[in-house]
Design a protein. Structure first.
Length: 125
């Protein structure tokens, strides 16, 4: 794994994921039977896997329609820009969550637009 650019630590995390899936018989799991929160709770038990990582899995692998990764910097940058937010850290996250409620149950799509805005802003700088 080092030959494809993974650090020693990331290699350990990949192994942790594989072992966790093997030990918990998750390779054939029907993920559609679990809620987003149940999946987050389960997979964040794996050392090296955080909430943001699981949210990306929910969005891009499991195609869940209502995921809002408030810790994502691109999402934060776009929302600060669009809504002229002045809050920081926890207060910012709470404000973002509140604003995102109106996008339910399609917050995943909203995030795609927010990332596109952030990418566009980054390209123009």
């Amino acid at each position: 794994m080092r030959s494809v650019g993974l650090s020693r630590q990331k290699t350990k995390y990949v192994r942790n994921v594989a072992l966790f899936f093997q030990e918990n018989s998750l390779f054939e799991k029907d993920w559609s039977l679990l809620s987003d929160n149940e999946i987050i709770s389960l997979l964040t038990k794996i050392k090296g896997v955080g909430k943001w990582t699981v949210q990306m899995i929910l969005m891009f692998v499991l195609k869940r329609p209502d995921v809002f990764p408030v810790l994502d910097l691109g999402i934060q940058h776009s929302m600060v820009e669009i809504y002229s937010l002045k809050q920081e850290k926890k207060e910012l996250h709470l404000k973002m969550e509140k604003l995102s409620k109106k996008w339910q149950p399609h917050r995943t799509v909203a995030c795609l637009y927010l990332w596109a805005i952030d990418f566009g802003c980054a390209q123009s700088n």
